[in-house]
Design a binder for this molecule. Structure first.
Ligand code: ARG
Length: 281
């Protein structure tokens, strides 16, 4: 009885609302389709873009205890999306094959502390740079290593296919068996702790973060100006100029309104540092 009354009431209310809506529409407009009568027209749903990220790269991207993907890169992309008016869905994607997933259309973009390189630009497009980086060496506290060239005869751990791998391949020779390649940077650093490699070469932000958070590992870092300055960009499928423009616009907006600087200082503590000086050669 009661639910019937309620239903009846809703029916009447709906009809009344529809009547008001029709009246408000004025004469020039055609009556909307019946399904849309009772409610205000819904805004067009926002486009959802999939974002691939190798979430084993703190503080840029990692998984928290709840399994959520978090980090500097994640917040930057979320802020860009909010500004540019699209939604994003992050998908943990192994580094090996991450660029294939973009090329094949399984991901719309990649944010993964990806260094913009001439070689990669052949097969993908990049947003404007959003972060300055460089390679950094991690060794045990008691290591004698003082510069990159000192690694020449040593066992060096890298993440396969990264710019760290590239730098070490150049110094030691690509096929040198002293290069130990790992599927993630944390795995390489664990091997350093275990004594399986003498050094690890990886992005400075990740190495500094790892060393600071693993005091038991007794690591130290060694910088070298031999390493060329790098810049991170968001990778987008080659030729998707529409998405590229959206992302660049959002990035420029979050840089202009202070959002980027706020995310930066949340993760890196200090105010925005000036861009790294060009390598002196
Ligand atoms: N910046 C380096 C590169 O582009 C390493 C990036 C690795 N990123 C990651 N999430 N594992 O090669």
């Amino acid at each position: 009885m009661r639910s019937l009354t309620t239903r009846r009431f809703l029916q009447i209310a709906g009809l009344t609302a529809a009547g008001l809506l029709l009246a408000a529409c004025g004469k020039k407009e055609e009556a909307p389709a019946p399904a849309a009568v009772a409610s205000a027209p819904a805004p067009a749903p926002m486009k959802v873009y999939t974002v691939g990220t190798d979430a084993a790269y703190a503080p840029f991207e990692s998984q928290n205890e709840k399994g959520e993907i978090v980090g500097f890169d994640i917040e930057v992309v979320q802020a860009i999306a909010a500004k540019a008016g699209f939604e994003v869905k992050f998908i943990n994607t192994p580094w090996e094959g991450i660029f294939n997933s973009l090329g094949q259309g399984d991901r719309d973009m990649i944010v993964s502390a990806v260094t913009i390189t001439e070689e990669r630009k052949q097969t993908m497009d990049f947003s404007d740079p959003y972060f300055d980086a460089a390679q950094l060496i991690a060794v045990k506290e008691d290591s004698k290593v003082a510069k990159f060239a000192d690694l020449k005869k040593m066992k060096v751990g890298v993440q396969t296919g990264t710019t760290g791998d590239e730098a070490v391949s150049k110094l030691l020779g690509k096929t040198n068996t002293n290069i130990k390649r790992f599927e993630s940077t944390p795995l390489a650093l664990k091997e350093l702790e275990a004594g399986g490699v003498d050094a690890v070469v990886a992005d400075n932000g990740v190495v500094v973060h790892y060393v600071a958070n693993n005091p038991g590992g007794k690591f130290k870092t060694v910088a070298d100006t031999e390493f060329v300055p790098e810049q991170y960009g968001i990778a987008i499928k080659k030729g998707n100029t529409e998405l590229l423009a959206l992302v660049n616009k959002g990035l420029a907006d979050i840089k202009a309104d202070g959002t980027y600087a706020a995310i930066y200082s949340k993760y890196f503590g200090a105010p925005l540092a000036p861009p790294a000086p060009a390598a002196s050669k």
